[in-house]
Design a protein around this ligand. Sequence first.
Ligand SMILES: Cc1cc2nc3c(=O)[nH]c(=O)nc-3n(C[C@H](O)[C@H](O)[C@H](O)COP(=O)(O)O)c2cc1C
Ligand code: SF4
Length: 452
Amino acid sequence: MSHPETGVKVPFEIGPEPVLIRKEILENGPSIESYRAIGGYDGLTKAVRTMTPHEVISEVKDAGLRGRGGSGFPAAIKWEKVASHRVREHYIVANGSEGEPGSHKDHFLITTNPHQILEGIIIASYAVSAKKALLFVKESFPEGIAILQRARLEAIEAGFLGENILGSGFSVDIEIFVGPAAYIAGEETALLESLEGRPPKPRTKPPHYPTERGLYMCPTVVNNVETYAHAAHILKNGSEWFRKRGTAKSPGTMVFAVTGSVRTPKIVELPLGTPIRELIFRYGGGPLPGEEIMAFFPGGPSFGVLSSKQMDVPLEYDALRALGSGIGSGGAIVLSNKDCLVATSLEFARFYEEGSCGQCPPCRIGTETIAGLLEQIETGQAPPGIIDRIVRVSEMIKGRGNCGLITASAFSAEALMKHFTNEILLHIEKGTCVHHHRTPIYNQFRSTGTDK
Ligand SMILES: Cc1cc2nc3c(=O)[nH]c(=O)nc-3n(C[C@H](O)[C@H](O)[C@H](O)COP(=O)(O)O)c2cc1C
Ligand code: SF4
């Protein structure tokens, strides 16, 4: 069903301090005219006409912008490394892959306001003197591809993209790259492999950090599409304005999705530091009738689960990391007392097993082993000591692959075993689930469902 005022199909709410999700744009559509009407491309105009590339990076640094794709790494540090690299051929890459279960912010931003993403990418290209930028989007997202291609042409027509942007002498193009619909393709070095025409398999790191050796072995900034969108607003309004929202160490807003066993799953933009309770109750509408919240993954399954007792934790990078979890890409999945923890854990374990590119033996074998052990519990065939075995295998494989998928799979299973030992023991004792194996619904906003 569409939103009655805007026609947007995915349920959303405008947050208390809107920056990226603006009512005017949602009502008028994703055209360049509606973006220009709220001051769109003013940040780029200011940057290329009045600032040096170095000053642009300083502004983003002062704003304290952290990556919105998972790790929360400061964007300006990547930009600085690439800008000052002795190799002079530089690239900007925008990650619009979005495969984490429960996450939907990038799809939402691409379809509702593509120009703020393009503007941020052009600003970053100017900052690091890149001659080319690429925006990766999956083939399973045709609506987003069409919207981005149209937006690119509009930006070229208006003089914001292409040759001699706004008469500044600076030129850059953005290629909308249509890549494979695989979860692993979102990992930054797998994404680079894909851009170079190879299957999406992560590179070994070090030495291949993208800022040193990225696309075609040249210094490359890889940022999430939301990260670039924030940069556009920072350049327009300044770093002090950006810091008025969020916390000192996690400034600004972020677009969240709240899904799972809540009454009103939706997308909402919130200042970083907002308590997770507010996301779940005020925006997600709280638990389904007659149910209680048991657990939640604040940033999707890759970032670990927390229990209902931890609902006052602020949605920001460091507080969640301190609890062994993470903000991830903002896709919070809520589990109620009617959901089966084992079935949910098994579903995620299968997701990692199928999503593994298979090149690292600990990952190939470890993800399969974890899924197999969880299946034994789920089907009532668990041997004694199986919880310890899952925890041991998880500990053994963490960090032993080329990318974070292996660690995500370990975290996801291990956190559930450790936080909910009693519930899982009960499941083992009864040989089945007392809640009919229900798993929370978390990818309902995506027309293509979950990637493998
Ligand atoms: C298995 C895996 C999948 C990932 N998928 C995505 C993704 O879909 N989108 C994304 O922005 N980052 C994804 N990442 C993180 C990227 O590798 C990278 O850190 C990010 O794009 C950097 O952008 P940021 O600094 O703006 O957050 C993934 C990482 C791993 C290990
Ligand atoms: S850790 Fe897993 S997904 Fe990542 S590169 Fe190795 S095999 Fe592939």
